[in-house]
Write a protein of this length. Sequence first.
Length: 581
Amino acid sequence: MTDIGLTFGPTTFVVAAALGLQTWTAVRTSRTIGDKMSMALFAASLALGARGCAAALGIMTADIMGEVVILAVSGALLAASYLQRPAGIGVDLFARVLTDKSPNPIMIKSPTGEYEYINDAFEAEFGVRSADIIGLKAEQIWDENISLAALESDKRVIATGQPSVHKVVFKLGDNEPQDWLITKFALPMPDGSMRIATAYTEFSEHVDLERRLAESEARIQTLLDNSPTPVYFKDLDLRFVMVNRCFTELYGVTPEQVIGKTSVEVHGTKEAEAFMAHDREVMEKRTLITREEIIKGDTYLTSKFPVINSAGELIGVGGIETDISERVTVERAYRQARDEAEAANRSKSAFLANMSHELRTPLNSIIGFSDSLLAGTLGEIQNPTHREYLSIIRDGGEHLLQLINDILDLSRIEAGKLALDEESVDLRAVFSDSIRLTAERAGNEGIYIDNQVPPELPQIMADERQLRQVLINLLSNAIKFTDPGGRITASASVLESGMLEIRVADTGVGIDAENLKLVQQPFVQVADAMTRKHKGSGLGLAIVKSIVNMHGGEFTLESELGVGTTAIITLPAARVLTGEG
């Protein structure tokens, strides 16, 4: 290296330290702390060598990726470094080591532009040797673009005495272009002349990072702008840092009118205070919070969430506003229609109940007098035609009375007026009673009922009267649709799951798969030539299903056309009583 005669005195060193140069900091640079320290110490050492002109160094600044990078050095740190140097190391040698071994390229020029000093890093980075370029000017070494730019910046530093910081792109030979941050400042010499010191910081990584970051932000912004819902992000001060196109269209603003402002500053409404209260709650609880808000007269579902960085730190809050006005309108209409339907159904049930009560009294009279006449209470009826007519009147009355009873039962169930009177029930005894009540009719039809309910069947908790009605309905239905000579089997058992299963199977006409669910609806019978000959209200299975559901059970049908039907009731295990019950 060529000695350019820079001298450093201990007194100058300590005086400069006493000036209290600010502690260096660095924001978003690609260099390590060691690199920054070396660069800062180098700058300070050059300034100190200017014999009392250390204050002229100031603070080097550079705009990297839109942020200010401050490189300075603490006088206390510098003094400590000097005082802790190995014994025998003078100030000149101390400064020389700092500059020679700095990982950043460093060079010094004369006032007329000749190279007077370059460090090891300069030689390595730019592929030159000190012996080859010392004494030469930039135009003798580099191409015209580089040399002219260097000359202009040199003149500016000499003329103003102020540091110069700028970015350049170097492409040396076949190497890839490199981005450099160049810091230049004037060095006053003892003889009154000036020299130009230059430090280089390679930041291609930053340029590439900046490019990739810009591309990433552009992709994110494009994605957000094409979202059909307003999206935005706020910082910790609840100021907008990003909004999408849908947001600006909703509120009739531009991004420039929003970014950096709070909701109150943007909207100036009472609603904005509620928006910010929502923001604060999200930041406090650090969780997603969703609520409905009225915006511009429409209903929006606003989902706000905390924004967390890679270090797990809260850095803001994000929001998505979804217009649910149409959904709210539909839901409101649905609720209104449902309420109206339920009200109509209750009115229907009340009407049927009232009408049924009004009809039962005359029907009981018709049935009673018909039975009395047929029994010969008023004398024996000799005319067979008269007897037949009376029988038709009685049978029609009984059928109509049964229909009315079914309507009453279903109306009570639909109106929610049927309450279960639960108690411990001997299911086998209920089966026996139900079979006994339907046995005469089955016998008249030539149908055999087989009771296969085991004697060890445990008792259950149920409404005995309602359970008996269910079994009678199922047995009556089986008798109705089973031809003479057929068979009905009644059984019950406790399943492995602990649930109780009741089965009533017949060898009747059966039901095809298409109509299997249909027959469980109120007032429905399958319109089939074979089945329509059987009279009925079509309410029996609907009543059975409702009562079973009230017990928390499930009612299903299994059937095959021409083979038969099996009605299955499954009651929860909790209703099965063990031990003494």
